[in-house]
Ligand binder design. Sequence first.
Ligand SMILES: Nc1ncnc2c1ncn2[C@@H]1O[C@H](COP(=O)(O)OP(=O)(O)OP(=O)(O)O)[C@@H](O)[C@H]1O
Ligand SMILES: [Mg+2]
Length: 257
Amino acid sequence: MSTEMLSLEGLTVARGGRNVVREVSLEIPAGEVTALLGPNGAGKSSMVLAIGGILKPVAGRVLLDENDLAGRRPERIRRAGVAIVPEGRRLLPELTVAENLRVATYTLSGSDAEAGRARALELFPELEKRLDNAARALSGGEQQMVVLAQAMVSRPRFVIIDELSLGLAPVVVNRLVPTIRSFAESGIGVLLIEQFATVALSLANRAYVMEGGRIRFSGMASELREKPELLHSAYLLRGRNGAAGSPASAGAQPHPV
Ligand SMILES: Nc1ncnc2c1ncn2[C@@H]1O[C@H](COP(=O)(O)OP(=O)(O)OP(=O)(O)O)[C@@H](O)[C@H]1O
Ligand SMILES: [Mg+2]
């Protein structure tokens, strides 16, 4: 069994002069989905930005293949095989889908860029007929597919997805779930941050709960599935009313704020 993983060790990230991620240690094994749950302001997105090299951590390590990627430039981290999908990532609205995909492949060689584009369309065949449409004309779900495709074109070994379902209708979330599962089945290590705990826990092997910048729970996702009170007592219903439910149970408001 391979123990290949991306590991955070004691990661601390400051924003506005305050530590918003505090000594976080977690492991993202290859070939699995790992869920990260937590209420608004827990520090999840700040952690993602630090993994991606957009925020420079004040302490701690981001370990891959015994290399410490903490504080490296985003391109270096991407080249090491770590792709991030930051919260609220947007496409370039006036550019076509094909052009938005090209933006994501421009650092790749010609043949890798072509393979990346083919891979994107394999993952999301529905984008094929949209290639010449401006990104602004796409539905929210189609835009999220392009955003995910942009992360996947460089064939990352690890992908960190911040808020998969934000603003999306339940039917669209249900379309994306098997794709995330297929990422893991192809050997990629996925860290999934997701407001709907049931979606995240249905996909994940392991789960972490973050609150106040710290990890408050780590264990098997099945533990949290079987004992939702663990989640509730940790925080979820306090911080985000109703967000621990499924998109289906959230009815017409799958996007609580
Ligand atoms: N640009 C910023 N400058 C200063 N403080 C910030 C900034 N962005 C976020 N913060 C603060 O950092 C803390 C962590 O925020 P972060 O966005 O990482 O949390 P989160 O867990 O992703 O929350 P959400 O579930 O709402 O996305 C919060 O207290 C937030 O107010
Ligand atoms: Mg966030």
